[in-house]
Design a protein around this ligand. Sequence first.
Ligand SMILES: Nc1ncnc2c1ncn2[C@@H]1O[C@H](COP(=O)(O)OP(=O)(O)OP(=O)(O)O)[C@@H](O)[C@H]1O
Ligand SMILES: [Mg+2]
Length: 239
Amino acid sequence: MDVPSCVGCVKMARVKELIKLENVWKIYKLGETHVEALRGISLKIKQGEFVSIIGPSGSGKSTCMHIMGCLDTPTKGKVWLDNKEVSRLSENEMARIRGRRIGFVFQFFNLIPTLNALENVMLPMLFQGKNERERMKRAKELLERVGLGHRLYHRPNQLSGGEQQRVAIARALANDPDIILADEPTGNLDTRSGEEILKLFKEIHKDGKTVVVVTHDINIAKNAKRIIKIRDGKIVGGG
Ligand SMILES: Nc1ncnc2c1ncn2[C@@H]1O[C@H](COP(=O)(O)OP(=O)(O)OP(=O)(O)O)[C@@H](O)[C@H]1O
Ligand SMILES: [Mg+2]
């Protein structure tokens, strides 16, 4: 009987294209100098995928991630998020999409130094209008989930690098985004802490999130199900 495979086909067809870039260029202008950071990037990432973007330093990985995450707009070309074009939105509209749909993780953690772990994770929820009790409950749950239930009241400078990155991951998950974008998330960590962070990303992916990890390290990239290779602002593999 071929019913199950048909069900499978229908399911496959239903997998949404979540992120789409079409012929995206980013040209930075510095006085007389023009830097072509992205030179005609086209790619598609489906909902629930775990993708890594790999390439040498200066190849355009962070620029690409910023454009995918509505942190920046392309000079030319189009970007869609969930079939909505986002390449020409206002700063406010982009901020709204980022706040609800995207969680970011960066190499240097970017935690707020004066806030403790719990407050750092609670912060993004404030902008989504959740009351304090809800914010605190969810922040505690998320910190417990990343193994930091015993470090709720530590400020970033009272935590190890790996712990700070786990706080940053909990913060990225705060508003239950469907996309997690991480830029060199293990770049500042020793091998063991890096492996723990990667394990967390795998779990997050298993929970159904779309995960994109930018790295220059092939051993990190190998953890993803698909590797997109960028060189000199162009895709040279996996796109
Ligand atoms: N704001 C900016 N203004 C001018 N040039 C920039 C700017 N941001 C990046 N660039 C340039 O664009 C190119 C791509 O930079 P990008 O940060 O995307 O590279 P990357 O692949 O993330 O590198 P790395 O692995 O070192 O982080 C580089 O040549 C960089 O110097
Ligand atoms: Mg970079």
